[in-house]
Design a binder for this molecule. Structure first.
Ligand code: ZN
Length: 254
């Protein structure tokens, strides 16, 4: 009898299965009213230039953005390379989203035995820092090194994460896509036509998630983007009437 199975009832309330993926209740929604030209900006790895160069540009154009924070080893303490937690806290105060990229930036396939314990500790470490610096508990995640894993996804759901971003070069339909495998177009290098082509794929119900690293990125030069190119893309988004938001803002179209 149903009243004798409270756990089953709870499971039915909080989770349902869609296209083979378990959808966390917080991500569920029909997202019917997502307009055309919605772009989500995401910045990974807490690179120092995200504070010095990206923050002023975001403010200039009034754009939202999500910063996926990790404490990149071995030299996160070198503040010429990485943001300080004080700077990250300031981004939160500015209204930007602070999200989880794990403390260690390990591949989620690299934890070995005791994966749940180790991955959870790696997520908790960032959550505790957020708490310490007055930043709300992160609700979104990005896979370090773009490596995905179904066990990691289950752990993320259990911990209350809404969406997990990958590096898949496609648009995102929040009504249909697996919330633990949301796409992200990597934006780096000097092929501006390629990045403009990503942006122009934002149609009704199909969100474009852009993925940036440092601007510039002197720590990981293979993902470098010149500041003048970021401004070029921002100007285009502004002048062409795009809605530019943080990942968590997409929940408003649920
Ligand atoms: Zn990363």
């Amino acid at each position: 009898m149903l009243h004798k199975c409270p756990f089953k009832i709870l499971s039915l309330i909080f989770l349902f299965v869609y296209n083979g993926a378990v959808i966390p209740s917080f991500a569920q929604g029909n997202y019917k009213n997502i307009p055309e030209k919605v772009v989500v900006l995401t910045f990974d790895d807490a690179i120092a230039t995200q504070y010095t160069n990206v923050r002023p540009l975001l403010k200039k154009y009034g754009f939202g953005a999500t910063f996926f924070i990790c404490e990149f080893p071995p030299d996160f303490s070198d503040k010429t390379k990485y943001m300080s937690w004080e700077q990250i806290a300031e981004l939160n105060k500015d209204g930007f989203e602070i999200a989880n990229h794990t403390q260690s930036h390990s591949s989620v396939k690299g934890y070995g035995v005791d994966m749940e314990k180790k991955f959870t500790a790696d997520l908790d470490s960032i959550e505790l820092k957020c708490e310490k610096y007055g930043i709300p508990k992160p609700v979104n995640f990005a896979y370090p090194g773009c490596v995905t894993d179904s066990v990691a996804a289950e752990i993320l759901i259990k911990k209350g994460y809404v969406w997990a971003r990958t590096c898949n070069e496609k648009t995102w339909n929040p009504a249909a896509d697996n919330p633990m495998l949301i796409p992200g177009f990597p934006c780096q290098g000097e092929d501006t036509a390629k990045i403009f082509n990503y942006i122009r794929q934002a149609k009704k119900g199909e969100v474009v998630v852009l993925l940036f690293h440092g601007v510039p990125d002197n720590v990981h030069p293979w993902v470098n983007l010149k500041p003048e190119l970021l401004e070029l893309f921002f100007r285009y988004l502004h002048d062409n009437g795009y809605t530019v938001v943080a990942l968590r803002d997409v929940l408003k179209w649920k």
